[in-house]
Design a protein around this ligand. Structure first.
Ligand SMILES: [Zn+2]
Length: 475
């Protein structure tokens, strides 16, 4: 196996190579941007979904599933929305050899599939809030270069849609989503910053959009999700209204929360290293890989001890894999480092005799476990690994940002820049031009760097409307 490209200097090449070498997806499917999920990659995806489901359901959201096809008549009801997706949708125009009377859109997202039905479900204030989510595949005709998990045409999409009594309740739901995302991101050891997008970059049809961004090095960020407040922008065209306790009729205020397999891409991008992928335990296809080290002198003792370890850890609820292939131990270590297994247990003749196993975590920390206290020892090693991974990610996160005190600073490509902005679109575009990227918007909550806000906008020097903003290059 050739060495991976240098992550620091050739990030994209490194990313593509590591996804390939770790066997997470097969890119040979003959439609661009539609990759095949391999058994190993699918395990990671299922673990990703498990965390999303756990955390969203903890906030009183219920799973639903709506159809993949949306009639053009419904799709076209919200004008900004259809304008935003015009160039990105796939159309179904025929059923067999018959032209369809009403063309059908392959859902790029499900507002226009759900909202005609929400109008039937929501009648009274007692029907609110309506919080539902689905995890389905969506389709977008992506014209930029596609990348596995990061930019694809068939998207494994998590979307929550809610209806609330008023604007304040919808604002509270946005905050609740941000908190839920904080727990999801913590499970994957991903430090992130929620950023309210500028108006020219918000979601099509949204009142405002909060994007969830992570820095991935060299002044670049990756958007790994978003939360949107729609106000009444969709409830009016779709007539989603309810009767208040006073007997009047009101339109609902809506929110959405979107995530995708980009989270898996982010885990790979952020934690991966020169040896391959590094999975936090929650998303790892296997948390523990057990490798018996056979030799003529030790007979079948290592194999027996390894089998006992696997059986006990499986019973204890760990995702564990026995690698008993007929291959050199060194080749197996390399293989599981590339695939990102958090913890490896090695059992040779000496360990088997002492009823222990040597442990090595994916960050290289060595230790040992004893069979007497196997489950507790493994739990401790995995928790320590996750803690170390998060600490490392936080250090890298903090180092990714720098203040920009002048337009000249923006041309330096090493950092995501935090700067003072007056909020005007003209100054925003000047910033984008200088950094050759995007003005990400205003941090929701505290900015990544604690500093006193400068006296004026970085571009025009005005103090009216001044706020912190972040700017970065696109990935
Ligand atoms: Zn300005």
């Amino acid at each position: 196996m050739p060495a991976l490209p240098d992550k620091r200097t050739d990030f994209i090449e490194w990313y593509l190579a590591v996804v390939e070498a770790a066997g997470l997806s097969d890119k040979r499917y003959p439609v661009k941007g539609m990759n095949v999920w391999t058994p190993y990659g699918f395990r990671a995806r299922r673990n990703l979904d498990r965390v999303l489901i756990r955390e969203i359901e903890a906030t009183a959201s219920e799973a639903v599933e709506f159809p993949t096809l949306i009639p053009e008549t419904e799709f076209a009801k919200e004008k900004e929305h259809i304008k935003g997706f015009d160039d990105q949708v796939y159309w179904v125009t025929k059923g067999g050899s018959n032209d369809l009377d009403v063309r059908l859109v392959l859902r790029p997202t499900s507002e226009t599939a759900m909202y005609p039905i929400f109008a039937l479900w929501v009648r009274s204030h007692q029907d609110l809030p309506l919080n539902v989510y689905q995890i389905v595949n969506t389709f977008r005709y992506e014209t930029k270069t596609t990348r596995p998990f990061i930019r694809v045409r068939e998207i494994h999409f998590f979307e929550e849609h809610t209806c609330q009594v008023d604007e304040a309740a919808a604002t509270a739901r946005v905050q609740s989503n941000l908190t839920a995302f904080g727990r999801m991101a913590a499970a994957f050891a991903l430090p992130f910053v929620p950023i309210r997008r500028p108006d020219w970059d918000k979601f099509a049809g949204a009142y405002y959009s909060v994007a969830l961004d992570i820095p991935v090095g060299e002044s670049r960020t990756l958007q790994i999700g978003s939360v949107h407040h729609y106000r009444e922008n969709f409830s009016r065209p779709y007539a989603i209204q309810y009767e208040t306790p006073e007997g009047t009729t009101q339109f609902v205020h809506q929110t959405t929360f979107g995530l995708s397999e980009r989270l898996l891409g982010a885990v790979i991008a952020l934690h991966g290293d020169a040896k391959g992928v590094v999975f936090p335990r929650e998303i790892a296809p296997f948390e523990v890989v057990v490798i018996p080290i056979l030799s003529a002198s030790s007979g079948d003792a290592p194999a027996k001890a390894a089998a006992e370890i696997v059986a006990r850890l499986t019973r204890g609820g760990f995702r564990v894999h026995l690698d008993d292939r007929n291959d050199r131990p060194g080749a197996k270590y390399y293989y599981w480092e590339m695939r990102g297994a958090p913890l490896r247990l090695e059992v040779g003749g000496r360990e088997a005799a002492a009823r222990t196993a040597s442990s090595v975590d994916r960050l290289g920390t060595r230790g040992s476990v004893t069979l007497d206290t196997l489950e507790a020892d493994v739990e401790r090693a995995l928790a320590a690994f996750d803690g170390a991974l998060l600490a490392k990610a936080r250090v890298e996160f903090a180092a990714a940002f720098a203040l920009a005190g002048s337009m000249e600073d923006l041309r330096d490509s090493k950092y995501v820049r935090q700067l003072a902005w007056c909020g005007s679109e003209a100054c925003g575009h000047a910033i984008e031009q200088a950094i050759d990227g995007g003005l990400l918007g205003t941090p929701e909550g505290s900015p990544p760097l604690e500093a006193p806000l400068p006296a004026g906008c970085l571009v025009c020097g005005e103090s009216a409307g001044l706020r912190w903003a972040l700017a970065a290059r696109p990935l």
